[in-house]
Design a protein around this ligand. Structure first.
Ligand code: 16G
Ligand code: ZN
Length: 549
């Protein structure tokens, strides 16, 4: 009863603005920053309840709108494992955020608490780790989150400061493993495992086209600044030049910069020019959970060669498969690990073909990190990436246990056999790459380590396969929820007849492939088309967009 009174009093201080309809969506709540205070307060309550439900394990609450405009903001919850909050709670999140009055809100809370048997008043405090990106509205929203958490008896907020989204997820995971979860430890773990991977590069590689200099577009967000800190710990042998780091005067967050811009527009971000032609460049998004590479070509009429999430997936798959093969040659059981790649329908068809030709198992899920992550965790080694650059590599506990004895043996038996070195490399990859969620900083270091290992230039990497020409369009509709899909978003279920129309258009184009889906973050329906030529891909996308709108 006391809890009810506290919640009601606190919630009254954060009324829902009229006309606002929030949905937890693909990656949490997102809206114009100033309209979000009520939603963030309520998400604070949600996070506290989630922790109570999970035996007071630490959970995370991140305030960010990723690659969206600087005026936008958003909020999402990380589960104790460090991954996205379970989808089972999303309807509750929507109900909380949508409750018109403080009284309604408190009623929704208590109904759910009863239903889920959430224990109030347990002895152990529930910890909610808070993070935010560099958006100006972040500070006030963080305060709203703290008040939401404070309104739940037994919950405490721990402010971890300005962070990348993956840093916060990493911290939540580590905290629940009972290990150090500070930012220093994050940087140390990444830089140490990277250094050891570099030390494990073969002495004389067949090729030696790797250039240690790389230029990074930080999207004028939190990633550039964090990369700057990480660089202080990196060994010589990698020269990172950060641009769009978000310092005063460098430009606006996500405005003509960042991974989303580079990948969608296939254009040169601000801060870069044709005088950078030929250089290996990388781009992070606003909260540093996406990474793409690009090379400015300097060729007439062509701006950049994009090296997207699909190519990162292909590079990681190739390297890990090679190391597993060495283990297998050495007769190690770990070499027979089940390795899988996970993609979405946005993956370029040429990447899927490349992976399958390499002998990889490839699975498809709907868009959104939570879907890919869940699928990838079914493998001994599961690699997932969205074309937009979000992804990581997940290692099962069973697989890591199989590697451990090999590592111990190597330590006492330097320099070790090829299979022992392969085991050590895979171990270091598992330490470097974020196990909670896709992380542009750790992904960046893994790409660099592999390119160096192989002695490859960005062109070598890019020529693993040639992308099929593709086109993305968005169609504004009155209500995007009338479109529903199945089979990892490749088939339209509703409205009836639409899939037949898409099939009929697609059949007109050689190598044509096309799908539509309602966006989870914007009020639009997205169209993706692929075909043998750019003109054909454009034509197919346009024709299908007309069917939709
Ligand atoms: C969010 C998702 C991303 C997805 C994108 C699709 C997370 C952390 N992020 O950014 O995975 O690709 O939404 O946006 O899940 P859309 O639904 O508007 O196309
Ligand atoms: Zn992001």
């Amino acid at each position: 009863e006391q809890q009810r009174a506290i919640l009601l009093r606190c919630a009254s201080g954060f009324p829902l603005p009229p006309g606002v309809k929030m949905s937890y969506g693909t990656a949490g709540f997102r809206a114009e920053g100033m309209t979000l205070a009520s939603t963030v307060f309520r998400t604070g309550v949600l996070a506290a309840l989630r922790s109570l439900k999970m035996g007071s394990a630490a959970v995370g609450l991140m305030i960010t709108a990723s690659h969206n405009a600087v005026g936008d903001n958003g909020v999402k919850v990380a589960d104790p494992s460090g991954s996205m909050m379970t989808q089972l709670w999303e309807p509750f999140a929507d109900a909380l955020a949508g409750a018109p009055t403080a009284e309604d809100f408190v009623r929704v809370v208590f109904e759910f608490v009863d239903e889920e048997k959430i224990p109030f008043g347990v002895a152990r405090p529930s910890e909610i780790l808070l993070g935010r990106d560099t958006r100006p509205s972040g500070e006030a929203l963080l305060e709203a989150a703290k008040q939401g958490i404070a309104a739940v008896v037994g919950a405490v907020a721990i402010d971890m400061g300005i962070l990348t989204t993956p840093q916060l997820h990493w911290m939540v995971r580590r905290r629940n493993e009972g290990r150090g979860a500070s930012e220093d430890e994050y940087f140390r773990q990444l830089s140490d495992s990277f250094r050891r991977l570099m030390d494990l590069s073969p002495e004389g590689t067949l090729r030696n086209a790797y250039d240690p200099s790389v230029w990074v577009d930080g999207a004028n967000g939190v990633g550039g600044e964090k990369l700057g800190e990480l660089m202080k710990l990196l060994p010589a042998g990698l020269a990172v030049h950060v641009r769009n780091s978000g310092k005063d005067g460098e430009g606006i967050l996500n405005d003509g910069v960042g991974a989303d811009f580079v990948q969608k527009e296939k254009a040169i971000p601000h801060g870069f020019s044709t005088s950078d032609a030929g250089r290996r460049c990388a781009s992070l998004d606003g909260d540093a959970d996406r990474l793409v590479y690009f090379r400015i070509t300097g060729e007439e009429g062509r701006k950049i060669d994009l090296t997207d999430g699909d190519k990162i997936l292909s590079l990681f798959s190739l390297f890990i498969k090679e190391q597993l093969a060495k283990l297998e040659e050495g007769g190690e059981p770990a070499g027979r690990a089940r390795l899988g790649a996970v993609q979405t329908a946005y993956a370029n068809g040429a990447s899927t073909e490349f992976l399958r030709r390499m002998g990889m198992e490839v699975a498809f899920t709907p868009t959104g990190v939570k879907h890919l992550h869940e699928k990838a965790s079914e493998y001994d080694v599961g690699i997932y990436f969205e074309a937009n650059g979000h992804g990581t590599v997940l290692f099962s506990d069973k697989f890591l246990r199989e590697l451990e004895p090999l590592n111990a043996e190597l330590a006492t038996n330097h320099p070790g056999s090829e299979s022992q070195k392969a085991a050590l490399r895979l171990w270091e990859v598992s330490q470097l790459i974020n196990q909670a969620v896709g992380d542009a900083l750790s992904g960046f270091l893994l790409v660099e380590a592999i390119l160096r290992h192989k002695g490859w230039s960005i062109e070598d990497w890019n020529s693993l396969y040639q992308d099929l020409p593709s086109r993305q369009l968005k169609v504004k509709v009155a209500d995007r929820s009338v479109v529903t899909t199945a089979n990892a978003e490749t088939q339209v279920v509703n409205p009836p007849g639409l899939q037949e129309a898409i099939d009929a258009e697609t059949a007109k184009y050689p190598n044509g492939r096309c799908f539509i889906r309602p966006s989870g973050t914007e009020d639009v329906v997205r169209v993706y088309a692929e075909a043998a030529t750019q003109e054909a891909a454009d034509g197919l996308a346009r024709a299908v967009a007309l069917e939709v709108g």
